[in-house]
Design a protein around this ligand. Structure first.
Ligand SMILES: [Zn+2]
Length: 227
């Protein structure tokens, strides 16, 4: 009992906010990585204090995204608030876009790793160009937003018109950030293990995502509508 009390009241050594003694949802600090793996830790922490990019800007000028391996993250505004808060724990507000006076939530990470030989530009490009089959993030967004933004589910995001309907929503409600690194797989694994509860759109291997089952169900019925 004393141990539990101690853990709950100890503050994150990196940012002084309340934490669980292992990882900090505010700044991304992971106790296990401090010391010997400080470079890895800095790269992870960058997603909690990110330089974000407007998806509209990078859609129009994709040469802004590096042709290199790395990890990228998608942030969304509180559009999904009602949906996500019924599935606790709720995501953390971690980015403040002061110009727009909006909070942003880190909800998805992905990698451009060595294995498949694709770059950050390729992968982030997929999230702005692919049909429902070609990007799991686009499929999730379509499954959630379909009726609201009047997607034609039979089209499964094929065709310029359907693609742009979803893109218009993404341009308004999302931001993206990336870190160049050759350790993409390792960072992905650490992010999902430590912050998986926040990463609502990371489904594969992310057991702490309490929205996982519901999203899978919605995605399945979305795909079925395309057949
Ligand atoms: Zn912290």
């Amino acid at each position: 009992m004393v141990f539990n009390w101690f853990r709950k009241t100890t503050l994150c050594p990196s940012c002084d906010s309340q934490w669980d003694g292992n990882r900090c949802f505010r700044c991304g600090y992971i106790k296990k990585l401090s010391g010997r793996q400080s470079r890895l830790l800095e790269q992870i922490k960058a997603f909690f204090d990110p330089v974000t990019h407007s998806p509209e800007e990078i859609y129009n000028r994709n040469q802004l995204i590096p042709q290199a391996p790395g990890v990228y993250a998608w942030y969304f505004d509180n559009h999904f608030g009602t949906y996500f808060t019924v599935n606790t724990p709720s995501p953390q507000k971690i980015v403040l876009d002061s110009a727009a006076n909006r909070d942003w939530y880190l909800l998805y990470i992905g990698i451009a790793g060595k294995k498949r030989g694709r770059t950050l530009r390729d992968r982030i490009g997929d999230h702005l160009n692919q049909n429902s089959e070609g990007s799991t993030l686009r499929q999730s967004l379509a499954a959630l937003l379909g009726p609201e933004i009047k997607l034609n589910s039979a089209m499964q995001l094929n065709g310029e018109n359907e693609k742009q309907k979803l893109n218009r929503w993404i341009f308004q409600h999302a931001r993206v950030s990336w870190v160049r690194t050759s350790k993409a797989e390792r960072i992905e694994e650490l992010m999902i293990r430590n912050f998986g509860g926040n990463l609502r759109f990371n489904i594969k291997g992310n057991k702490s995502n309490t929205c996982r089952k519901e999203l899978q169900r919605l995605r399945k019925s979305w795909r079925k509508a395309g057949k």
